[in-house]
Design a protein around this ligand. Structure first.
Ligand code: AMP
Length: 373
């Protein structure tokens, strides 16, 4: 995964796949233009890498030139296409093949056709490395296509997101929903809530604490609150069905989130499976899970201290606290194996200063989010 500005992108096409598509295009065009010495016209900025690799793969005599359009937004009020780099002046009577990095709606292509319609080229063809056939609504046939791709926002291999990402050798696509989703594990008192509060600012994520949602509902005496209260008061887990539905609601309430920190969820294997299925249905996924490790005795002392201030019933009685640890050991600890299998389990030492622990967590998180700013 990589991060460009505020958005996260995941690998989509490898360098190999891209180069194979280019080889195929070059071979196709070569067989049509073998004896013609065509002029390839690359469309800047996005096509610079494509043009370079294409020419290396093109085996016969050819020339190269570039155009650059001033904006993506069609014609000016005068109907004249604004260009920053105009059509080459030696194209009269020549075979011109436009090399585009990507064709989506066909708007840029329309500008290009307009641009070349005022010239006396002999023949004018269009070759695009990537082609989003689903959304193309132009009237011109695309003569050569490298790869048809779905309508996802892509960067890399010349293509940018707000000018970043052009230098990547592979193509990445916007992580659907543009997300990093983290799960924080740890026994009660391990500092999940505190750390989630810091991390959500640092990584611009939405923090969902199922414990907080239950407490909010209890305070407001909702049906959900009433239902959960008896379990929470005893230090037992609330039934999966209830908790899973609640969690889904919380996620649905935040369609614009750049990602989530799940704190206190999942706590059982059924919840972990439900979370995976739910996220998958939304084209999202858990990216990493991190456990905050600390010894029971330290946690008991922390919780009793917290209980004095917060008044939380489950934080005031050592038996209830130990019961919550038992629940954790029996039901939540097995999730280590569950996420290990997916290569997503990490743990950090939860003892120390808050900032120190944030740093340890960030080391893990930054492993899969390369910040390119
Ligand atoms: P927490 O604030 O995360 O320690 O949660 C407080 C209590 O809320 C827990 O002891 C459980 O009774 C209940 N709870 C919170 N999250 C869950 C969950 N994922 N599954 C079941 N019960 C939960």
């Amino acid at each position: 995964m990589i991060k460009l500005h505020d958005k996260v992108f995941k690998p989509f096409l490898s360098e190999e796949q891209i180069l194979a598509a280019i080889d195929k295009m070059a071979a196709e065009i070569a067989s049509d233009y073998k004896d013609k010495t065509p002029i390839f016209v690359g469309v800047l900025n996005g096509a610079f890498m494509f043009v370079s690799d294409f020419l290396k793969a093109y085996p016969y005599p050819c020339e190269v030139s570039f155009v650059r359009l001033s904006s993506y937004h069609g014609l000016t009020s005068t109907g004249i296409v604004e260009t920053l780099l105009d059509v080459p002046d030696n194209i009269e009577g020549r075979d011109v093949i436009i090399l585009e990095d990507v064709i989506d709606t066909g708007r840029t292509l329309k500008q290009l056709v307009h641009l070349f319609s005022g010239t006396n080229v002999k023949q004018f063809k269009i070759a695009s490395l990537f082609y989003k056939s689903e959304i193309y609504n132009g009237e011109y046939a695309i003569d050569y296509v490298g790869l048809e791709i779905p309508n996802n926002f892509i960067v890399g291999y010349g293509l940018d997101y707000k000018e970043l990402g052009r230098n990547l050798r592979e193509v990445y696509q916007l992580n659907q929903g543009n997300m990093i989703n983290l799960v924080l594990f740890g026994k009660p008192g391990a500092g999940k809530g505190t750390q989630a509060g810091v991390l959500k600012e640092k990584y611009n994520l939405k923090h969902i604490s199922t414990g907080d949602v239950f407490r909010y509902n209890m305070k407001n005496d909702t049906e959900l609150g009433k239902l959960a209260k008896s379990y929470i008061d005893r230090g037992d887990l609330v039934p999966d069905e209830v908790t899973i539905d609640m969690l889904k609601d919380e996620v649905e309430k935040n369609p614009d989130a750049a990602g989530f920190i799940f704190d206190g969820f999942p706590r059982t294997e059924a919840q972990a499976e439900a979370l995976d299925n739910f996220l998958e249905s939304k084209n999202m996924q858990v990216d990493a899970t991190i456990a905050l490790e600390a010894e029971d005795d330290i946690l008991v002392a922390r919780l009793l201290e917290r209980g004095k201030e917060s008044g939380r019933s489950d934080d005031q009685d050592e038996n209830k606290i130990r019961n919550r640890f038992d629940e954790y050991n029996q039901k939540t600890a097995p999730l280590k194996a569950y996420y290990d299998k997916q290569g997503k389990f990490h743990s950090v030492n939860g003892i120390g200063e808050i900032a120190e622990i944030t740093e340890r967590l960030s080391v893990v998180i930054d492993q899969f989010v390369v910040i390119q700013e």
